[in-house]
Design a protein around this ligand. Structure first.
Ligand code: AP5
Ligand code: MG
Ligand code: ZN
Length: 210
């Protein structure tokens, strides 16, 4: 199944994608995670996007589209994928339609207040990128990743100013994608509030997975 996860920052896209990988047996492709790993390894791409990401702005369409196109050219995506955080602009969606046909677009429905609560307590593994939350999704051992033992840190763009910017950018540039995909009959809304297991159940029900 070829899926797009569409939703505001902090909606739980990455968290549900981790579960979706097991459920759908497809790879999870997060443009944000690819950019963060480029920054961590000090690659040329990392240098190019570091300041943009830390301020909560969008990386340019050309760079992002090329990155996804190259990733979707790889064999492991032939049977399907979960695209998390791409497309984020109409131009990106139009470009994607030119190289891959998605089956469904999962739209995370969640109020701003819940998003702020989730982002303010998020901790991320420096090694594998897994998401935790100091209240809702605690690691077994404080500051340590359950999956790989890596150190947990606070993302640069989870500072208050960058969160505000990301929400503004989402409303201006990404929100129009909801109508864009609804008009194509591809959109599936899921209630993204509630416990992680509840959101997983909502996701499975919306896609008709038993
Ligand atoms: P990206 O990494 O995609 O960030 P984002 O869209 O802002 O989304 P987040 O990763 O912040 O949130 P999420 O929805 O994954 O939530 P999570 O599962 O972590 O992008 C980062 C940046 O990269 C962008 O700002 C931009 O600069 C650039 N970029 C990326 N893609 C781009 C593109 N296509 N074009 C241009 N630029 C691009 O959950 C959040 C927290 O809540 C966690 O702590 C989690 O543990 C907790 N949580 C999750 N689910 C639940 C639940 N059900 N109940 C309680 N807590 C929960
Ligand atoms: Mg994420
Ligand atoms: Zn880890």
């Amino acid at each position: 199944m070829k899926l797009i996860f569409l939703g505001p920052p902090g909606a739980g896209k990455g968290t549900l994608a981790t579960r979706g990988v097991e459920i759908c047996k497809v790879p999870h492709i997060s443009t944000g995670a690819i950019f963060r790993s480029a920054i961590a390894t000090l690659s040329p791409l990392g240098y190019k996007v570091k300041a943009i990401i830390e301020e909560g702005k969008l990386v340019d369409d050309e760079t992002t589209i090329l990155l996804v196109k190259e990733r979707l050219d790889q064999q492991d995506t032939q049977a399907g994928y979960i695209l998390d955080g791409f497309p984020r602009t109409i131009s990106q969606a139009e470009a994607l339609a030119g190289f891959s046909a998605v089956d469904k677009v999962v739209n995370f429905d969640i109020p701003d207040a819940a998003v702020l609560e989730r982002l303010s307590g998020r901790r991320v593994c420096r090694k594998c990128g897994m998401n935790f939350h100091i209240t809702f999704n605690k690691p077994k051992q404080e500051q340590v990743c359950d999956a790989c033992g890596g150190e947990l840190f606070i993302r640069e763009d989870d500072q208050e100013g960058a969160i505000r910017k990301r929400l503004e950018v989402y409303r201006e540039q990404t929100l129009p994608l909801i109508e864009y995909y609804r008009n194509q009959g591809l959109l599936v809304d899921i209630d993204a509030q509630g416990l992680i297991d509840t959101v997983v159940a909502n996701f499975k029900k919306a896609l008709g997975i038993s």
